[in-house]
Design a protein around this ligand. Structure first.
Ligand SMILES: NC(=O)c1ccc[n+]([C@@H]2O[C@H](COP(=O)([O-])OP(=O)(O)OC[C@H]3O[C@@H](n4cnc5c(N)ncnc54)[C@H](O)[C@@H]3O)[C@@H](O)[C@H]2O)c1
Length: 277
């Protein structure tokens, strides 16, 4: 393959990629990159107005972007978004499941023992991360099965390899996302088409709204002991930036990874490789 053929692998012209949680920090960064690679990108979010923050960036790029409401825990809203996407673009080539996250109410703290965390708080985090990945895979994966082609990219976490302290429900849910990624990869390839691939990214620690309270002291703005411990355990010595995910994301969505399915790729500055000694 020469340079021009290699570059073409990342030309997403005519390909439609749906991103759940696409109005969020990481999903939004991926949306902008994909529109820059000429894709048709459909951002689905429970709070679509959040996409206004990067709308001007989307408009400067050569691809095409749409922002629709959908709740990943509501199959009807996902099916409506799927119909709308097919009506507009005719096919669905990729799905990125970026809706997810932890909740302070499901996190242990000096004032919140594990034993006292309400079931509802735990359930909410498990539902958002696990069912919020499975339901879009059912709705959009069915279209891929009909097309005999498509790529799914789930978002796991460092917590899936070894759980971090304090976030029991989030860790369990992300471990299940990694497990489900492998399961669905095998299921799709064996039952529908070897041209349907399912992989996941496991981001390390990125400074975002959701984890700010765990990484920084809200009064002093200094790193918390937990934030410092993460930096100390990251050989590259820094938190991730959203753009750090883009290379692995584009690779896993593109034909460059045609023989890769069922894997979880860490993008973590070496966190998961480091034993601590
Ligand atoms: N930020 C990190 O360091 C980090 C690390 C590892 C994994 N992750 C994972 O990456 C993904 C994206 O995280 P982020 O930091 O961009 O979070 P974010 O909060 O910025 O984005 C999440 C988006 O999902 C949307 N959303 C929430 N519930 C929804 C629902 N029910 N239906 C539809 N949309 C919904 C939110 O409105 C938001 O726009 C999550 O799965 C998160 O767990 C993040």
């Amino acid at each position: 393959m020469n340079l021009s053929e290699l570059t073409k692998l990342y030309d997403f012209s005519g390909r439609t990629i749906v991103i759940t949680g696409g109005a969020g920090i990481l999903g939004g960064e991926m949306a902008c990159a994909l529109v820059g690679c000429r894709a048709n990108v459909v951002i689905l979010d429970r709070n679509p107005e959040r996409a206004a923050a990067f709308q001007p960036k989307l408009e400067c790029e050569p691809g095409c972007a749409r922002v629709y409401f959908a709740d990943v825990l509501d199959a009807d809203s996902l099916m409506a978004a799927c119909e709308r996407t097919l009506g507009e673009f005719g096919r669905i080539d990729g799905l990125i499941n970026a809706a997810g996250g932890n909740a302070p109410s499901a996190t242990t703290a000096p004032e919140r023992a594990f034993f006292d965390i309400p079931r509802q708080a735990m359930q909410q985090v498990i539902d958002l991360n696990l069912m919020g990945t499975i339901l879009p895979c059912q709705v959009f994966g069915k279209v891929m099965a009909q097309q005999s082609e498509g790529v799914i990219l789930n978002i796991s976490s460092m917590n899936a390899f070894r759980p971090l302290t304090r976030v029991a429900a989030y860790s369990a849910a992300k471990a299940a996302v990694s497990n489900f990624t492998a399961w669905l990869a095998v299921h799709m390839a064996q039952n529908y088409s070897p041209h349907i691939r399912v992989n996941a990214l496991a981001p390390g620690f990125f400074q975002t709204q959701q984890n700010h309270f765990l990484l920084y002291d809200e009064h002093t703005g200094e790193l918390t002991p937990r934030g410092q411990a993460i930096i100390d355990h990251t050989p590259m010595g820094r938190f991730g930036r959203p753009e750090d995910l883009l290379g692995a994301m584009l690779w896993l969505l593109s034909p460059a990874s045609d023989f890769v399915t069922g894997v979880v790729v860490p993008v973590d500055g070496g966190f998961s490789a480091y034993s601590g000694v």
